[in-house]
Design a binder for this molecule. Structure first.
Ligand SMILES: [Zn+2]
Ligand SMILES: [Zn+2]
Length: 82
């Protein structure tokens, strides 16, 4: 996922700006049930907050959400960055 695509997503979904604030952290992958804690760097979400792990997103789903057809992007981590 490169910067250009992320900018494009932000154009489609103005509410994506609010995702950092409002994101409901789902604790596991909806496909393989792998645990995805809030500080996980391998979580992927769509704009409707369907949540998958990087393995499923890349190898199985090809970065397309199976629930809503949206593009899957890396989920921001909630842990403080140092
Ligand atoms: Zn998974
Ligand atoms: Zn979705």
């Amino acid at each position: 996922m490169d910067r250009e695509v992320l900018d494009m997503l932000a154009d489609w979904h103005p509410q994506m700006e609010a995702i950092d604030m409002a994101l409901e952290m789902r604790p596991k992958c909806e496909l393989c049930n792998r645990k995805l804690p809030a500080d996980s760097t391998v979580a992927r979400i769509c704009s409707y907050e369907c949540t998958f792990c990087a393995d499923c997103a890349e190898r199985v789903l090809h970065d397309v959400c199976p629930n809503c057809g949206g593009v899957l992007v890396p989920r921001p981590t909630r842990a403080a960055r140092v």
